[in-house]
Design a protein around this ligand. Structure first.
Ligand SMILES: Cc1ncc(COP(=O)(O)O)c(C=O)c1O
Length: 382
């Protein structure tokens, strides 16, 4: 258990809530979830499903109609044909990380993962007794991995490579060339890729390109996607993995052993999410883009901070090295003294030191309030 890591966002949220209980006002820019409500058509579909009796166990791999809807959607968006038996529905995107690693990674294997990156990757690699091999994402490359560096990290022990685009915490987006480069670096070696595409619909610039679309890569890719971010459904707990049918069978068996199945009525709502009106998702995307612009323009005018324009997701990752403060110390001070909750870049891995992550999943007014507070704080303290 001592090898298992955590996700700091939840801890900072608890601390921020404790400060609120003491009467302090906090602007929440720490947690990674849309501040919008789940679209009404999806909520209605869930309510109807409850009345219709979708309150029982279902198949471990997911309801057939939802698996079919996902297979259709993923085939359309990735431009490769997927069938329902290649889809497993699970409670959130996270279990796909957990289950695919349990299924694929043995003690002593090496797993290459983005750093800074979603902390659960490193946590799970360490938990399984595998060797965590970080690939650094550098600001000067707009936080896109360097494929030559990736090639140099691949060894005979490499079992899995994790990529994530658009990326948490940097908002970086891999280009089509980068993705081809990753595939070329792998060559014909027996290495699987976990492609975390959970922010795929939250893209502001560039194009979303999945490694599963590269010739020869479909069978070596596990696509992680879900409903949390795209449809503002973080609390519903529903996501999915798309992978070779033989691997999908194993992942479904892990579901049988852990959750039995994903909640049935939420899956009916998931069909509506995928097949129904998509305008709420587009509205959210445009709102996040607007807020990103407000935040990045504002933070770049504050002493000690400099921030690139992220191309996707709803995160910004300003460089704070000029402040002379460590990431953790600065994040703590901003929370305690300025009432702005953000995350230390180091919470996303060693290469995140020197940065903070601010989520822009909050209103323009609150973002402006946060910027004013940070500005005031730096004028007094730096
Ligand atoms: C990169 C990445 N992958 C996966 C997840 C997990 O999503 P879910 O809440 O659906 O489990 C998150 C959530 O923050 C994420 O940022």
């Amino acid at each position: 258990m001592s090898r298992l890591g955590t996700e700091t966002a939840f801890e900072v949220l608890v601390r921020a809530r404790a400060l609120e209980r003491q009467g302090k006002h906090i602007v929440h820019l720490e947690i990674g979830e849309p501040d919008f409500e789940t679209p009404a058509n999806i909520v209605e579909a869930a309510v109807d499903a409850l009345h219709l009796g979708y309150t029982h166990y279902g198949p471990s791999a997911g309801l057939p109609d939802l698996r079919e809807a996902i297979a259709d959607e993923v085939s359309k968006t990735r431009g490769v044909k997927f069938t329902p038996d290649e889809v497993v529905v699970v409670p959130g995107g996270k279990p796909i990380i957990f289950f695919t690693m349990l299924a694929l990674v043995e003690e002593g294997d090496e797993v290459i993962y983005p750093n800074p990156g979603f902390p659960i990757y490193e946590s799970m690699i360490n938990f399984l007794g595998a060797r965590a091999v970080p690939i650094s994402l550098r600001e000067e490359r707009d936080f896109r991995l360097d494929v030559n560096e990736l090639a140099s990290l691949i060894s005979d022990r490499t079992k899995l490579i994790i990529i994530n685009s658009p990326q948490n915490p940097t908002g970086g987006v891999l280009t089509k060339d980068d993705i081809y480069g990753v595939s070329a670096a792998i060559g014909d070696r027996d290495i699987m890729v976990l492609s975390d595409e959970i922010y795929g619909r939250l893209l502001f610039e560039g194009e979303q390109f999945s490694i599963s679309s590269v010739e020869g890569m479909k069978d070596r890719t596990i696509i992680l996607d879900g409903f949390s971010k795209t449809y503002a459904m973080t609390g519903w707990r529903m996501g999915y993995g798309v992978m070779r049918a033989d691997l999908a069978t194993h992942i479904a068996r892990l579901m049988t052993n852990s959750n039995s199945c994903t909640a049935s009525f939420t899956q009916i709502a998931g069909i509506e999410a995928i097949r129904g009106d998509q305008s709420a998702t587009e509205h959210m995307r445009l709102e996040f883009q607007k807020r990103r612009n407000v935040f990045v323009n504002g933070i770049n005018q504050i002493k000690g901070f400099s921030c690139r324009l992220p191309k996707g997701a709803f995160y910004t990752f300003p460089n704070i090295m000029q402040t002379g403060w460590s990431s953790k110390k600065l994040a703590d001070a901003l929370l305690d003294e300025a009432g702005v909750a953000a995350l230390s870049g180091a919470a996303f891995g060693a290469f995140g030191e020197g940065y903070l992550r601010f989520s822009v999943a909050n209103s323009v007014e609150n973002i402006q309030m946060a910027l004013e507070r940070i500005d005031q704080w730096t004028k007094t303290n730096l």
